[in-house]
Design a protein around this ligand. Sequence first.
Ligand code: PEP
Ligand code: MG
Length: 616
Amino acid sequence: MKTTDRPEPVPPRRRRRPARSAAPPEIRLMGDATVGGVAIGPAMLVLESPTPDIDPTARADDPDHERARLAEAIERSVRQIERLRDRLAILPEDGQIEIGSLLEVYRRMLGPSRLQRGIHDRITRGGRTAELAVREETESLAQALLRDAAGAGGEDTATAQRRAGEFREIGQRLLRNLGRAPFRSFSAVPAGTVLVAEQLRPADAALIDPSRIVAVATEEGGSTGHTAIMLRALGIPTVLAAHRLTASARDGATMVVDGTTGQVVIDPTEDTLAVARRGVAEHARERQALGRLRRLPARLSSGEKLQLQANLELPAELPLIAQSGASGIGLLRTEFLFMNAMTMPDEDRQAAIYAEIIGTMAGDSTTIRVVDWGGEKHSDALERAGLNQEGDTINPALGMRGLRLLLRYPTVLETQFAAILKASVAGPVRVMLPMVTTVLELREARDLYHRVARRLRRKGVPLGDTLPPLGIMVETPAAAIMGDALAQEAEFLAIGTNDLTMYTLAVDRASADVASLYHPLHPAVLRLIQAATEAALRQYRPISLCGEIAGDPRVVPLLVGLGLRSFSMTASAVPRVKRAVRALSFEDCRRLAHRVMEASDVVEVTRLIDDFAAGA
Ligand code: PEP
Ligand code: MG
């Protein structure tokens, strides 16, 4: 690999202040608690080196020259990304996966992508300089993503923000390489340093050596962005968005960063330090204890066995699942196959992806949910495949979504069924339908499933004697209320409390305006969970819960008391939930559920759950 023309990394600019004689007063700031844990260390203040100014009115006389400059900047950016990739080996396994997949995204953007086409177009047709074309195109793609996500689900907004950040990040890299501006380097950081920055870009996180940097605190950024995800994977206590941080901190000042509470202390007093030291020790003990739980069974102290599985959004998360001690995948969201894609992966491509995931689970079961595309979510791939999501629906959450969309345009569903069936020889698998509201929908999908299986058999595709079970998500009040009828025909049920809460309380799960009204523990939601669970148990149908509350150790005792035995959650929550359930007896859970189900408001429910968790 040629590296000679790379701008040399410069040490981060540091802010110096004159030494003071008296001990400076302690300063406490609050930010977003992003990665749990406490750390103490000297600050290293890293200020943003400015990106070159761009004149928005500048026009290029020679487009060929601009295109050549762009090609050179792209080549240089690719080399830098390759070098970052070479450095991944020093990171912990989780970090390697997270950062590796992000670098892969950058690498693809720098290839023959829509981004590159757009930049070229602006130079050729719009007469822009390479800098202006890069700035305009990356910003326009970022804005388009954010616009598409506006008003959409919370996860969609967070995903759009992340992807918009990726475009901006790659734009910054190209601009720096066009202007040959230097990059930051954290390689000379002494061990034990607390990194204090205005903002940390995801690529900066790739430069962090977790054996040297004990904590990160920044003034900007949000806890759902890529940087946050990566710092989480690296396990470095982190507080983001701490207002006035860089104005208050100085190089070398002692810092306490508490990523669990979101507090940052500059120049802590002896008392504060003593408390922080206890926090550091506790965090280390907690990590060790959670690590030891991995191989232990998820069994109540009274003997009942629970199933704790993981939700999977991206194949890149697979190694985290193995580390978490989850016993299988309880919800594989297949939306990732259709995101960022212009064409839908065909049957064989999908089958290969599913088979790889199923095979990795080494005998533990994988529940694959067919795509749950929402009315407001845009997918080029699905539109091109003929799925008209009818975006003019006034209320998209009540429009063409999930199973009803798939049944209206069944080719996507047929392809997915066929791919899953083909992959099912790789290990135990179940097929799940999203957003079911009627028994008729279930029957229609089931008929299609059997038709696809017959067609494959006729073609000589090897399928087992019995097909993988076909089950449903219970995420609408209709499905919960009709649980007994649905349980007669669905081979398993999985309660999705994220949507069930939204549809029961008439509160958009993604709207900040009504976020304070979104309560998965509202008695109305709990009654529907109870009804669906009892309906399934009466018919001996397996039932699980895979909404976000499955990963909350405070809530799981109540769910166990309501009769649930199977939960699927984000992989990182498995050890904590396992620890909580191993300390519980079924009788205690049952008693808690009795008390909770008599409560008529969410405040009372929360109090009962908190008291139970506190052992009161
Ligand atoms: C749910 O609605 O609870 C669920 C698990 O599905 P999703 O979050 O993917 O909509
Ligand atoms: Mg859902």
